[in-house]
Design a binder for this molecule. Structure first.
Ligand code: AQP
Length: 350
């Protein structure tokens, strides 16, 4: 069966990038898949957040999931730290993953900066924990933005090495299925998870710099649209978004070398579930002074109902806490089965 897992870090205000690149896709997958959506609070510890901010941000991501339309009865929503199996499996994976693999992760290089010696071990080992999040549920598909592609490849590498290293043990215990791993056929326990990266919103860029990802941790609030922004904030940020002075081109080839223009076109395409081609069919030739108010109107129409529902849910977080507790119980039951198998496979007595 196809099983979807994904997560968002509670590390600040969610952006339109997180919504279009991830949460909107989470919602779309609900009808066809069994879905598990996590608020990855253990991952957020890598930036040493203030404890109260972390708790608040954790509830806020859960509120965004619910407000965006995730059905918490049918699917599972919970916070990562509740299910101790994530941390346990991450340790096993730390012993599978190689230093070289993790050293090549561009997110680590970016976030650690120049002072590598001073980066936390947690930041370095982040992708092992992410692999554990996914594989604790033996998820087959993970909807993410383009920036997470490399981490997903690492998840596959970890699954593949685990399956190879323990192939005969997995067979002996009758816990695996035959899988093709490179040129060999082995008895695999973990699936090779597929990323789901697609649509117009794989990478929403900063409103101030079309070459940088829109990110919750960007120091400039004008660089992003937050899911908590007011309608006026959204209109202002789009009005002030950096652009060039040319009108919009009539086809996508004309967007080459125009990163900011391409970004605004991509945002409208993602918001309206169309393509940049279709956006340019309708808006090609228009000046930004005409295009931006339209984009703002559409963004407000989609974001505002989510913002107000998030605000309503956050006013009394008891419902959110109940959702997280209930989701945590259901997730625990599933992850516990995986860990029982893994303990047997690797030889840990319980
Ligand atoms: N700009 C983006 N465009 C498309 N998708 C994006 N995502 C993030 N930014 C964009 C996707 O959102 C999901 C959750 O991200 P995360 O919070 O786990 O971590 P991140 O990718 O590091 O996101 P941020 O906003 O950039 O956070 P900070 O600033 O804390 O590092 C992922 O699926 C991601 O691809």
């Amino acid at each position: 069966p196809e099983r979807v897992f994904s997560g968002v870090q509670p590390t600040g205000n969610l952006t339109l990038g997180n919504y279009l690149g991830a949460i909107r896709k989470f919602v779309a997958l609900q009808d066809t898949h069994d879905c598990i959506y996590c608020v990855v609070d253990l991952h957020a510890l890598t930036i040493a957040p203030d404890p109260k901010d972390l708790m608040n941000a954790t509830r806020s991501v859960a509120a965004a999931y619910i407000a965006a339309g995730i059905d918490v009865k049918k699917h599972i929503v919970f916070n990562q730290s509740r299910v101790h199996e994530h941390a346990e499996l991450a340790w096993v994976f730390n012993c599978i993953a190689r230093m070289g693999w993790l050293s090549r992760m561009t997110q680590f290089k970016e976030k650690a900066g120049k002072d590598r010696e001073n980066a936390s071990v947690g930041l370095f080992a982040y992708p092992s924990l992410m692999a554990a999040d996914i594989l604790a549920y033996r998820a087959t598909h993970v909807p993410v933005g383009d920036d997470q592609k490399q981490h997903l490849e690492l998840t596959r590498d970890i699954a593949q090495k685990f399956n190879n290293d323990y192939s005969s043990r997995i067979k002996e215990l009758g816990l695996g299925v035959e899988m093709e791993m490179g040129r060999e056929v082995v008895n695999g326990y973990f699936p090779l998870t597929e990323p789901l990266i697609g649509g117009a919103a794989t990478r929403i860029m900063s409103l101030r710099d079309g070459t940088k990802k829109m990110s919750k941790s960007d120091p400039s609030d004008m660089s992003r649209i937050n899911l908590t922004d007011t309608e006026d904030d959204i209109a202002k940020k789009i009005r002030k978004a950096k652009t060039d002075t040319e009108p919009l081109p009539s086809d996508v080839d004309g967007l080459a070398g125009r990163a900011e223009a391409a970004n605004l076109v991509g945002i409208l395409a993602a918001l309206t579930d169309t393509t940049p081609e279709q956006v340019l069919n309708n808006h090609g030739g228009k000046a930004f002074s005409e295009f931006k108010p339209h984009l703002a109107e559409v963004a407000i129409e989609i974001v505002s109902p989510i913002t107000s529902e998030m605000r309503r849910l956050m006013a009394d977080p008891s419902y959110i806490d109940q959702v997280l507790a209930n989701g945590g119980e259901r997730a625990s039951a599933m992850a516990a089965e995986t860990l029982a198998d893994v303990r047997q496979i690797v030889g840990l007595i319980k």
